[in-house]
Design a protein around this ligand. Structure first.
Ligand SMILES: *Cc1c(COP(=O)(O)O)cnc(C)c1O
Length: 461
């Protein structure tokens, strides 16, 4: 299996190299050259299997020769062993035709654990085998950073730097990043928004001298391996509700377009998905793009759903690449126009996108009202991100069962949940003393040179 860049101008890589690299050298994102198809009977056979077994069947065709079957199965087994629920991604019912896929039973209580825990295992195998040392740098709106630090803390072969927007993440998210005591963990509080952090990350990757000098590796949702691990729960949940014998729909709270893009990959692999609904908060660039055909940046408004406070949605580039018939030069040109603020999507490409994706958005009042209503009618306590999904999912109910992805545990966002329900959600046992642990972080201005110096200093032997 080979991986190519969405901008058509970077080396073709194996799964392992694409995973270790993250962002392609032409600024694009790696995608598989072809999407493997699973047969109807192969998908039917997944119903009722343990999550790990479904994961192996979905992921293996994309891995090629990078990892042996034994290595992959062991990595998957170790990755999910620490989850707080034996089903890993359990389904609960919210209404007659509406189901919630709980993706928050991992160690840091957000769906990002599904990807990070497995990537941590795969990095460890690769780096050990190569005898290499890498510098992982990630940008986060909160949950990616916590999940990445949890997966890489204490790993001898990697230093990990996580850039988060100072004051714009929840206290639980911040403490998950600043309380690990391992010396390879570096939590960086940046002046600015998530887009500032992500921009800084891209600038570091585009500085090849720096990139090669510190052996930069990326674990943001632009990393193909992350998207791939998220394809699994589309299969496990859909087959639990009768796929492939009947179609199901999904609604996905979206920021960087990674989680919903995984659903699109599941569909391309042969999972009969009826509709894939993009759910955004007030920062609704994706909803506007699908509705109007203009992909235009706006300012980022802080909301009670900080993990979705994003205007530049990186993984959307992968969807555009397919919508423009995989023409890398067109994508490179559009992303150039993005630097000036936005671009119009061609009629043909827009039709392809609308064929695959519906969209909707939920503003603050609606999100809070949804948390309250779902609590009162079902007893289920939603985090605000999941509530954005449930609100939009509810508006898009049809004949197929709707599965809305619950992306984080309510206790990660206690203020918003308490305001809506009057109930303070409690952290699980293993995080009970989080507020007593000492914090360690470095504050940084939005200055590329200073950031690079800091990284060089910290990784010096
Ligand atoms: C990251 C995150 C999202 C957005 O996911 P994308 O893959 O970036 O679209 C939504 N909700 C929560 C809780 C998250 O942590």
């Amino acid at each position: 299996m080979k991986y190519i860049s969405t901008r058509g101008n970077a080396p073709v890589l194996s799964f392992e190299d694409a995973m270790l690299t993250g962002l392609a050298r032409d600024g694009g994102l790696y995608v598989p050259e072809t999407i493997p198809k699973l047969s109807h009977s192969g998908i039917a056979a997944m119903a009722g299997l343990p999550y790990e077994e479904v994961a192996f069947r979905v992921i293996q065709p994309f891995v090629g020769n990078s990892f042996s079957d034994t290595e992959l199965m062991e990595a998957i087994t170790t990755a999910y062993a620490g989850f707080g629920h034996v089903a890993r991604a359990p389904l609960v019912q919210l209404g007659p035709n509406h189901h919630l896929l709980e993706l928050f039973h991992g160690p840091t209580l957000a769906f990002k654990d599904f990807a990070m825990q497995l990537i941590g295992q795969l990095f460890q195998i690769s780096l050990g085998r190569r005898g290499e040392q890498v510098t992982i740098v990630g940008a986060t709106s909160g949950d990616t950073g916590a999940a990445a630090i949890e997966a890489f803390r204490g790993l001898a072969a990697a230093n990990i730097f996580i850039l988060f927007p100072n004051g714009r993440v929840s206290e639980v998210q911040r403490r998950q990043m600043t309380t690990p005591t391992e010396s390879n963990v570096h939590a960086i509080a940046m002046d600015g928004t998530f887009d500032t952090c992500q921009g800084m990350l891209k600038d570091m990757f585009n500085d090849f001298k720096f990139r090669d000098g510190v052996k930069l590796a990326g674990v943001n949702s632009i990393n193909w391996a992350r998207v791939l691990t998220q394809v699994v729960y589309y299969f496990s949940s859909a087959t639990a509700l009768g796929a492939p014998h009947r179609k199901v729909s999904f609604t996905v709270p979206t920021g960087n377009f990674g989680d919903i893009f995984a659903g699109y990959i599941a569909k391309r692999m042969g999972l009969p998905i009826d509709r894939l609904v993009i759910a955004t908060n007030r920062n609704d660039i994706l909803h506007r793009a699908i509705r109007t055909g203009r992909y235009d940046m706006d300012t980022v408004f802080p909301t009670i759903t900080p993990s979705m406070d994003i205007q530049v949605s990186s993984n959307f580039e992968r969807a555009l690449f397919d919508a423009y018939d995989r023409d890398g030069s067109v994508i490179a040109q559009l992303m150039g126009e993005m630097k000036q603020g936005g671009f119009g999507i061609s009629q043909g490409a827009l039709e392809v996108l609308r064929n695959h994706f519906d969209s909707g958005s939920s503003v603050e009042g609606e999100t809070s009202a949804t948390i309250k209503a779902i609590f009162e009618t079902t007893g289920e306590v939603l985090c605000p991100h999941s509530a954005v999904g449930v609100k939009v999912g509810h508006n898009n109910l049809g004949s197929s069962p709707m599965i809305t992805l619950a992306t984080a545990h309510p206790a990660k966002f206690p203020d918003a949940v308490e305001a809506a329900t009057g109930l303070l959600p409690v952290l699980p046992r293993w995080l009970a003393d989080l507020f007593d642990r000492p914090e360690r972080l470095t504050e940084m201005p939005n200055n590329l040179q200073k950031m690079k110096s800091l990284i060089c200093e910290r990784i010096a032997p």
